[in-house]
Ligand binder design. Structure first.
Ligand SMILES: *Cc1c(COP(=O)(O)O)cnc(C)c1O
Length: 458
């Protein structure tokens, strides 16, 4: 393959134009001025992204956890093209359309039992805002307006709009904006990282459930809902916990009359080994937030699923003014709904969950040697999410100073080897599209090992 002069400098030219006007999310723009060039991508196919100079990158993080079946997936492309020829958008109040109806039918059919109502929004944070407002409003309509507070887990992440940020607990995102946020209650995370000597993940979850139970009991009269990320706190360093915690939490929420909101925005759609993470605890939440994989990584869309009981609390004569009040201009966008409907059909037509079991086993195999690395405290995995936590000292689990930016060194090295790995702090993780091949998983393991070596050697 030969490059002409223009192609050789195509990346740099676009990066320059980008820096002149674009402001990127969660990014210190200064980082990208000198030795960390912005990478312009011209096309994607399967797990691969290709820049303007023809260099390819294995997208091991599914482009921020959204992609399920690869970039430029032929089925999803066809569904989108078919829909755009029919109807690109229509107001979703007073009007409806087949993609939204069929999506709501399909989602409520596969969701945990009892969730038969589907409310649509545009992204994950918006779904959390909807769930928070709906939970409070449910109690208000039920004659319990004092139930207006929320209880969340330490180290949780639920998005970055103000309501979603308030019910999260990752300092990096929250600290600066704290003065703007509603006050929430925080229970310890059941994260198995905190296992004591001789304790397994289940015992750890049971022990750490006790303070949660105590808070539910003490604050039942003022609590509208508890919000959790089932099984994996993804943005919170990919910390993982045992499903028994969710089982205990479901029982206690029912006992104390507090709604349970499950935020499966990151973990839904097969990420944890089951279609929804809640299935592993055999529970149904009162509200289920979905986004990210919902459209296979194509378009922004989210859904909040609710049971009939919650829907009924809003159902009344117009003059009572009990209707739920939340709308976005693009609510129920037909293009996004059509792609989401096709994504669900792919789960129905192909043995995705079974295939992922093989892939997850290969991910474990590819990273097994890292368990003995002097700076790897833990390699943990829940289904298609695998995380490698780097520390300065393995025995005491002393973390690296964050200012050293060890994760950034991993990112850089992996990029030079054609792999997109984007550690969260010092936690290197794989969350690949489900179309990744065994050879690509092997490459991922090899490049991660090299990059970790480079990042921890000095
Ligand atoms: C990504 C994420 C969100 C926010 O979704 P956005 O679409 O980025 O607003 C909320 N909750 C969890 C668990 C997430 O991982």
């Amino acid at each position: 393959m030969s490059f002409n002069v223009d192609e050789k400098s195509a990346n740099a030219a676009l990066a320059r134009r980008d820096l002149a006007h674009v402001w990127h999310p969660c990014t210190q723009m200064k980082d990208h001025e000198a030795n960390l060039p912005m990478i312009p991508i011209r096309r994607g196919e399967g797990v691969w992204l290709e820049d303007f100079e023809g260099k390819r990158y294995l997208d091991s993080i599914s482009s921020w956890w959204v992609n399920l079946f690869g970039h430029a997936n032929p089925r999803l492309n066809a569904a989108l093209i078919e829909q755009v020829g029919q109807l690109e958008h229509v107001i979703f109040a007073g009007f409806t359309h087949e993609p939204a109806i069929e999506l709501a039918e399909a989602l409520t059919a596969v969701a945990p039992p009892g969730l038969n109502r589907c409310f649509l929004a545009d992204n994950g944070s918006a779904a959390v805002e909807v769930a928070v407002k709906m939970a409070y409003h449910y109690w208000r309509n039920s004659g319990r307006p004092a139930k207006r507070r929320f209880l969340t887990l330490a180290n949780s992440y639920h998005g970055e709009t103000l309501g979603a940020l308030a019910v999260g607990n990752v300092a990096l995102y929250k600290e600066v904006y704290a003065p703007l946020l509603m006050d929430v209650l925080i229970a310890p995370s059941p994260d198995a990282w905190q296992r004591e000597a001789g304790e397994d993940a289940a015992a750890c979850a049971r022990r750490l459930f006790e303070p949660m139970r105590a808070m539910l009991e003490r604050h039942a009269d003022e609590l509208a809902a508890v919000i959790v990320e089932p099984l994996v706190q993804c943005a919170g360093n990919m910390r993982m916990y045992h499903p028994v915690y969710l089982t205990l939490l479901r029982t206690a929420c029912t006992e104390y009359g507090v709604l349970l909101i499950a935020d499966e925005i990151a973990v839904g759609f097969g990420r944890t080994g089951t279609l929804f993470a809640c299935e592993q605890a055999n529970i149904s939440p009162d509200l289920l937030c979905l986004s990210k994989g919902l459209t296979g990584g194509y378009l922004p869309l989210s859904a909040v699923l609710a049971p009939q009981r919650i829907y009924d609390a809003f159902y009344d004569e117009y003059q009572k003014l009990n209707a739920f009040l939340h709308s976005h201009s693009y609510t129920g966008n037909p293009l996004a709904c059509a792609v989401a409907r096709e994504t669900l059909r792919m789960f129905a037509d192909t043995p995705v969950i079974d295939n992922n079991r093989q892939l997850a086993a290969l991910m474990a195999e590819a990273t097994a040697p890292l368990r003995d690395h002097a700076h790897v405290a833990e390699v943990r995995q829940t289904g298609m999410i695998l995380a490698i936590e780097l520390v300065r000292d393995k025995a005491s689990r002393t973390p690296y100073d964050w200012r050293e930016r060890r994760g950034l060194a991993v990112y850089r090295h992996a990029l030079s080897r054609g792999v997109l790995l984007r550690p969260i702090g010092e936690v290197v993780y794989f969350m690949p599209p489900y179309v990744i091949t065994p050879d690509e998983i092997a490459l991922l393991g090899q490049v991660a090992a090299e990059a970790i070596e480079v990042a921890t050697c000095a």
